[in-house]
Design a protein around this ligand. Structure first.
Ligand SMILES: Cc1cc2nc3c(=O)[nH]c(=O)nc-3n(C[C@H](O)[C@H](O)[C@H](O)COP(=O)(O)O)c2cc1C
Length: 211
């Protein structure tokens, strides 16, 4: 079993990093010999879309004849997704949505004719579905009665990942981090983890063991 583990926070002692690490530990309890492909977008950020990449993506004509090397990074990142049985993402909420380092990854993995088909009814995913477990940290609150801001993060990630075929997305969150002391943060993380559903991963791992 292969885990693709992505982190986005620029802070080392970060709530979303701790949450994503805890999710990975839970998966390793189920699949102890899983391999981990790691990307830390804070210490090694991806570049924004280059001119050659944007030009190649600009029409079906240029997509059919890509500029030399323009799709290399995109291909590498898509291969990592394809090789993963489960994807774990740790991300802060930044200005109500994803941080730009995560958006840079999204801009490379959504590609017409490669990870989605463009149809009159919208994008149709071309990748095999697999669990995507997303650990979010937010300084304020974005769910429930105490929400004090709109949430453009979870609906956005659901739609973009769904558009390439990744529909089994779970969100866990530690919210109001601005107001949590260390003990409260641990409690909030444990509470978030209690909602983690690893049933499909457990079943996949058992099937892999048998094969
Ligand atoms: C640029 C920036 C924008 C932020 N925007 C929001 C926001 O819109 N909503 C919110 O609840 N918290 C916001 N925060 C606070 C972070 O989400 C919060 O500190 C979170 O714990 C950061 O994740 P981390 O602990 O994994 O580093 C923002 C922080 C930064 C640096």
């Amino acid at each position: 079993m292969n885990i693709l583990h992505l982190d986005c926070s620029p802070r080392r002692e970060s709530h979303s990093r701790q949450l994503s690490a805890a999710i990975v530990r839970r998966i390793l309890e189920v699949a102890p010999d899983a391999t981990i492909r790691r990307r830390d977008f804070a210490s090694a950020p991806l570049p924004h879309a280059s001119s050659d990449y944007a030009t190649t993506l600009s029409s079906p004509v240029t997509l059919a004849a890509p500029l030399k090397g323009a799709l290399e990074l995109s291909e590498t990142l898509i291969h990592e997704v394809e090789a993963a049985d489960v994807i774990v993402i740790g991300t802060p909420m930044n200005n109500l949505t994803v941080p730009s380092v995560l958006k840079a990854w999204i801009d490379q993995i959504l590609r017409a004719g490669r990870t989605f088909m463009s149809t009159p009814a919208g994008k149709v995913g071309m990748l095999k579905d697999r669990p995507v477990l997303i650990g979010i940290a937010s300084g304020g609150t974005f769910t429930g009665d105490r929400a004090n801001q709109p949430d453009f993060l979870t609906p956005y990630l659901s739609v973009v990942l769904g558009s390439i075929g990744l529909k089994a997305v779970q969100f866990l969150s530690v919210q109001a981090t601005a107001f949590l002391n260390a003990d409260q943060a641990t409690q909030a993380r444990d509470k978030a983890l209690a909602a983690l559903d690893l049933k499909s991963i457990t079943e996949d791992y058992r099937a892999l063991e048998k094969s």
